[in-house]
Design a protein around this ligand. Structure first.
Ligand code: COA
Length: 155
């Protein structure tokens, strides 16, 4: 498996992969694809995308970028691995590759904004394994009873 910057030939596979991610709603998939397109155009430095690939097959991807008006903060927007390839180190390799890239860019902090249902649901073990810890909580943000949780990691 290699981790490399996204290329235009990956787009069709990424669109299919996003459709298979059980926790992503239709609007989320559309936004995720918009960010992939922005990264592919290469005109917007706010969105960086790397893919995990086994030969021609895309197994997962990560999308991140600098947080505007901060000194060295970055947002991890999306990370996903193919449901058929879970538990084989794809997500972890992507996060570590992003962190290495961000250290090279003099990044200090990675922020993940997510719903408490997500942060303490099925992906909790993943974030814990990657050492992303709760930094703050905005109660009832998404809807009553669904908090916004910010996780972070210092690089
Ligand atoms: C979260 C996700 C990216 C993890 O990908 P993955 O390829 O299965 O992850 P890995 O195999 O690289 O696992 C990395 C580490 O996380 C842990 N982990 C992953 N999923 C876990 C889970 N559901 N429960 C507990 N631990 C988990 C692994 O044990 C591993 O720990 P280790 O490094 O100590 O061995 C994947 O499940 C996914 O795409 N989920 C749907 C999309 C999503 O929710 N993305 C996150 C929000 S954008």
């Amino acid at each position: 498996m290699e981790i490399r910057p996204v290329a235009s030939q990956d787009r069709a596979q990424l669109a299919k992969l996003l459709d298979r991610i059980e926790t992503f709603s239709r609007p989320e998939v559309e936004v995720a694809l918009e960010l992939i397109d922005a990264a592919l155009k290469g005109t917007n430095p706010d969105y960086l995308v790397m893919v995990a690939a086994d030969g021609e097959q895309v197994l997962g991807y990560i999308c991140y970028g600098p947080t505007p008006m901060t000194d060295g903060c970055f947002d991890l927007y999306w990370v996903a691995s193919d449901p058929q390839a879970r538990g084989r180190g794809v997500g972890g390799r992507l996060v570590r590759a992003m962190e290495a890239d961000l250290r090279a860019r003099k990044g200090r902090i990675v922020r993940v904004e997510t719903s408490a249902m997500e942060a303490y649901g099925p992906t909790r073990g993943f974030y814990e394994a990657m050492q992303y810890l709760e930094e703050s909580r905005f109660r009832d943000f998404y809807k009553v009873g669904e908090d916004l949780v910010t996780l972070s990691k210092k690089l």
